[in-house]
Design a protein around this ligand. Structure first.
Ligand SMILES: *Cc1c(COP(=O)(O)O)cnc(C)c1O
Length: 356
């Protein structure tokens, strides 16, 4: 029950609802876009070799080494890199640092749920702009707006990506607004990252995470990339809220993960190949599958609704994500797992559809 002591803000907000992490039985978990593969063996080694006695000391509040590694990976100086405890923290700081009361925040009607939650938490007005009928972002809608813009690319939960060439006019036409491109899934969309544009536009913040493509959702590591003045803005918030936001173990693990590009590429390519196979299998069963460039598929069946299929899969021990929301309630969001897991998924769906 809500405490009678709740303040006005806490009373007003609707918190984000994470995907289930159930404990009642073993599920095939295809509901939170985690990696089906373990993190790099170099991560395991970094953990094994971590000198635990160092944990008595505070971590480096400037996160220098990890930021330098991450910058080097993308050819950016460390002053253009911000490290956060998951990309959610980076996004939250971006809302706080660059918004003013009265200026609305713009994002699509169908996108990552946290944008709405942050806007509400920080008392900001939000304006949602509808995706086109084919569920792509209508880029012209975002030109020259009187407020900051938050776009996930590839978008969630559709998986549809826009190219940097398609996004650039949004960044260019809003020179005095912050444009955030949330690239949580961009590693599964080769060539689609806007990071190269951060060198040319001082109003662009690109946000990425190690939770999906780096198989480190349990570690909480995310990054922001942008002009040094934008990074300074994020640091203003961080140093007013949680200066030691990245712990020592996460720093060591993050550095090891960046180093192992071979393992990273192997896992990513495997997930992309499995995604394409699964999309074909679903299409053969009568699903409309949106053209995903992420590590999940968003699909609806011509005859059977999303809630029914979600429940049928759940009873078979397979968890996917279903959103009881306008426009998308007939869709399932299915994380790409191993080939074996996807085999279980398609078999369970075939079985349920045969009952129709
Ligand atoms: C998963 C996700 C995030 C947040 O990931 P973290 O685990 O907080 O790094 C951010 N944006 C989108 C679109 C996501 O799907």
């Amino acid at each position: 029950m809500a405490s009678r002591l709740l303040g006005e803000t806490a009373r007003r907000i609707t918190p984000y609802v994470p995907g289930e992490q159930p404990r009642d039985r073993r599920y095939t978990k295809l509901n939170t876009n985690e990696s089906p593969f373990p993190p790099s063996p170099m991560v395991e080694q970094a953990l094994r070799e971590y000198a635990h006695a160092d944990l008595r000391l505070y971590p480096d509040p400037d996160v220098r080494e990890l930021s330098a590694d991450m910058g080097r990976y993308y050819g950016l100086p460390p002053e253009m890199v911000f490290a956060g405890g998951g990309s959610d923290e980076v996004l939250g700081y971006a809302f706080l640092a660059f918004s003013s009361p009265g200026d609305p925040v713009y994002f699509p009607d169908i996108t990552y749920g946290f944008y709405q939650v942050y806007a509400d938490l920080f008392g900001l007005e939000s304006r949602t702009l509808p995706l086109a009928d084919n569920f792509t972002v209508s880029t012209e809608d975002y030109y020259s707006l009187p407020g900051n813009v938050f776009l996930a690319n590839p978008n969630a939960p559709t998986g549809i990506a826009l190219s940097p060439e398609q996004l650039e006019p949004i960044i260019k036409s809003n020179p005095d607004r912050l444009v955030v491109i949330d690239e949580a899934y961009v590693d599964f969309a080769p060539g689609m990252s806007c990071i190269p544009l951060t060198r040319r536009y001082d109003n662009l913040l690109v946000v990425q995470t190690f939770s999906k493509s780096r198989a480190l959702a349990g570690m909480r590591l995310g990054f922001g990339f942008g002009h040094p003045d934008l990074i300074e803005g994020l640091n203003r918030i961080k140093y007013s809220f949680n200066p030691y936001n990245i712990d020592r173990v996460s720093m060591a693990v993050g550095r090891a993960a960046i180093e192992d590009s071979t393992y990273f590429t192997l896992c990513r390519d495997k997930i992309i190949a499995t995604r394409e196979q699964t999309a074909d299998a679903l299409a053969d069963m009568g699903f409309e599958v949106l053209p995903s460039q992420a590590n999940f598929l968003f699909a609806r069946h011509a005859k059977v609704g999303g809630a029914v299929l979600y429940q049928a899969l759940r009873e078979q021990g397979i968890l996917v994500r279903h959103f009881e929301k306008p426009r998308i309630r007939d869709f399932l969001r299915i994380t790409i797992g191993t080939d074996e897991e996807m085999g279980r998924l398609t078999a369970a769906l075939e079985q349920r559809l045969r009952e129709e």
